[in-house]
Design a protein around this ligand. Structure first.
Ligand SMILES: CC(C)(COP(=O)(O)OP(=O)(O)OC[C@H]1O[C@@H](n2cnc3c(N)ncnc32)[C@H](O)[C@@H]1OP(=O)(O)O)[C@@H](O)C(=O)NCCC(=O)NCCS
Length: 173
């Protein structure tokens, strides 16, 4: 498995595969639009990575400064927003075919290390209780602590409709 940074240099190359996995894996209420995905990946301070097997996209994790997500519950109420020191982890997924092989953990470990070395002091994000249970387990193993429980934000009729907003503190490099 190869791990690559995503950015303006390879957005066009991976765009279709990213949009396909996003649509296949997230239920509609958690999917980001193509425009949002492009904005996150192509931001100058993006910390986004892809896991690539040959020429196949196995998974990705995306992050951009918290300030970009003022319209999202969690970031909207976060006092850290404005400090320009927090990375918002927007999407993480691994294709079902590749799960359980350590790819999700490797993507997150690399994202955390890159964020730390690029000057971020924390990572924050949202995990849906139940549907993102594996991600929440992974995040807690990396130091995540819940800072805000948000109810009825997805409003898609799927229970539980509970979002865990978390922070991971990063130590100084
Ligand atoms: C979360 C996800 C990215 C994990 O990817 P993965 O490559 O299968 O994960 P890994 O093999 O690296 O496992 C990492 C950890 O995830 C957790 N995990 C993985 N599969 C799990 C499962 N079926 N149940 C509970 N926890 C699980 C464990 O804590 C595991 O720890 P370990 O390394 O000690 O075994 C993947 O399950 C996924 O794409 N889920 C759907 C998308 C999603 O909901 N993303 C999160 C919302 S942003």
């Amino acid at each position: 498995m190869q791990y690559q940074r995503l950015g303006t240099h390879n957005w066009t190359q991976w765009r279709e595969a990213i949009l396909l996995l996003e649509a296949q894996i997230y239920e509609p209420s958690r999917q980001d639009t193509p425009e949002t995905l492009e904005r996150i990946i192509c931001d100058g301070q993006s910390v986004s990575l892809a896991a690539i097997d040959g020429d196949r996209l196995a998974g990705f994790c995306l992050g951009a400064p918290l300030e970009y997500f003022a319209h999202v519950r969690g970031p909207a109420e976060d006092p850290a927003r404005g400090s320009e020191s927090a990375l918002y982890a927007a999407d993480t997924l691994v294709d079902t075919h590749y799960r359980g092989q350590g790819i999700g953990r490797e993507l997150k470990a690399r994202q955390i290390e890159a964020a730390r070395s690029e000057g971020f002091t924390s990572i924050c994000g949202r995990n849906r209780a139940g549907l993102a249970q594996a991600m929440w387990q992974l995040n807690t193993s990396l130091g995540a602590r819940a800072v805000h429980i948000i109810e009825k934000d997805y409003q898609d009729g799927i229970e539980p409709d509970i979002c865990i907003y978390y922070h991971i503190a990063l130590s100084v490099p």
